[in-house]
Design a protein around this ligand. Sequence first.
Ligand SMILES: [Fe+2]
Length: 721
Amino acid sequence: MTRQILSQLFDLHQTSMSDTSPPAKLVTGYCEPLSVRAGEQVQWFGSSHAATNGVLDVVRLECGDPTRSGPGFLEHPLRDHPAVDIELTEQPLIPGSFAEVTVPADNPRRVAMRFWFQPTLLKRDGVIASLRSATGAIEITNRGEYLYAQVGSTELLLRDRSLERNRWYFLDLDLDEGRLTATVTAQRSPSPARDLLQAGEDSKEWAVTDVTFDEVLFRLAAGVDGARWDGRIAEPELVLDGDSYRWSFVADMESTSVASENGGADLTLHQLPTRGVTGPHWTGDHQRWSDDPHQWNAIHFHHDDLYDAGWHPTFTMVVPHDAPSGIYCFRYQGDAGTDRVPFFVRPAVDAPHSDVALLMPTCTYMAYANHRMLIEGADFVGARSNLRPEHRYLAEHREVGLSHYEKHPDGSGVMFSSRRRPVLQLRPGADGWNFTPDTDLNAFLTHLEVGHDIVTDEDLHHEGVAAFAPYRVIVTGTHPEYWSTSMLDALEEWQRNGGRLMYLGGNGFYWRVSFSDSWPGAIELRRSEDGVRNWQTGDGESYHAWGGEYGGLWRRNGRSPNQLVGIGFAAQGFERATYFERDPDVLGSRAAWILDGVEEEHIGTSGLGGGAAGQEVDRYDPKLGSPSHAVIVASAVAFGPDMLRTKEEFEGTVAFPTPDPFVRADMVFFETPQGGAVFSVGSISWFGALARNGYDNDVARITENVLRRFLDPMPFEVPAE
Ligand SMILES: [Fe+2]
């Protein structure tokens, strides 16, 4: 019988409980920050769609996996931390990026605004720009494909011709003592045919009732009542009598506000609109915005961008100084249901550290935050209807924002993702990917009683190698896919210093992301060039706004995962998993000890989806930088036809050979400088085979053998060539 991994991960829990659907989820929340040290403060932001009473406490989460993939759900109330009664009401989410500035005015006789705009979603009505004062308002809108100005109560069609999606236009709108003139100029495109119906200028003039302005609120991509818009704007200018305010978007791509060119009026950016995108002057001659920023002078707004929910904190706590490092949750239990919001606690700075730390890949959690793949389907997974409440919540509440796995409705990829909002899958048991499986690793380390800490990749990003320095052994999560340059630099340096790394997952170290101090709690991703991906970057938009680095796969940025962990992404398939087969030479090798107590040639023959090798798998490849002295401990090849070679491994449309030599999971061991070493399993499914038979199995034994040897200070010797 074929057991589908996805069915087991996502449907089992619900179907095993009852035939009736669980009640709709009402309570959500998030916390800030996501990672703290003991002794530091963390805040919980809670909301319920229906007013409700409940109790909030804090638990340490040992295992958040309620399915049979793990040892069973287990959490412990935090000692000496009493539960508190909390009445929850609804805190709204108001998505939609926009820009705004307030400018002083003294009833100017003349008001003008000019800007470039590029509509990207004409099937949705929106407000491109607005001016508001206490006594009047002007809005520039698109209703369907047509451009209007709403002046007071009068609506004016600014252009008789329809607008074309994704074309740049320049609007010059001038209101001078009761005369309104509007000129709309279409930017020439590279297509003579498309220009036939669009090119040129449209000018119109009207007599209108005067609008008086005392103080002006000028908004881009937002109306006076909060309507939003999808598209790009460049070079906005506002004229109030003799005062002209112009804003240029060519400098400081990370800023949260843009000063006017002559000062005095800061345009504030809300909900993280996208910078580093091409503007009306992009010629295609350059690809990198820093080569000629003038060509990237635009900001792209989306009506569904959401960076910061901005809720009022519901509860603030200081983590006790002596609280053990671990995965913790704010646990709210009330009439409207239970909701857990995880956060991570490291030891206090001056407290003793363990020798081993579990690395929580929070960039992966952010990248997948509120992903809709199970609701809407993706190229590798069909939409499903039988889902847990957290996923059903996403179907009904688009306002929680998107993940790096979606496109905005205008077709552009979601290049920013944030954790400063409810993230429905970042909850124990909510999703079978990422966080919940990582808690299975936490449970296993707890079971071994070696003493372990928790550290996050965001800690590593901000602190560099210092975040890893206390640890002899780092154990990765199941899918540490998204890495910033500083994270990789720190990991590399820690390895050079003798660190020992256990990579217990698959498709790790794959995409580059970046952070910005201006927008804490968010990451940027550009899915450029290649790779398994749900969208592609736009033309000329492969360089990150944050930091200016070239985005995409690390293997195309000179830093393939093979160089750090010996293996790199090979294939993915979600129908079933399989076993590893012991390498014929391993028992005579330097890595034979890894298999102590493991008799069978086949390793991990059961578990989630049918084996320890599955979902996303990595292979050893010296051409991609795998060290030549690595020992292949075991390999998995007996996959089903659903397991397909990754996209960056073929040039054209070809039929792959059967079996495909590229479709393989390789478990490797090798030594690194200063007595260090690496052990990599190259499979997301490894975690799902750990807990079988009360941890009495070959996968658990191998993992324990490696961990215990890695904890032993005795250096690994440099192997003979
Ligand atoms: Fe992934």
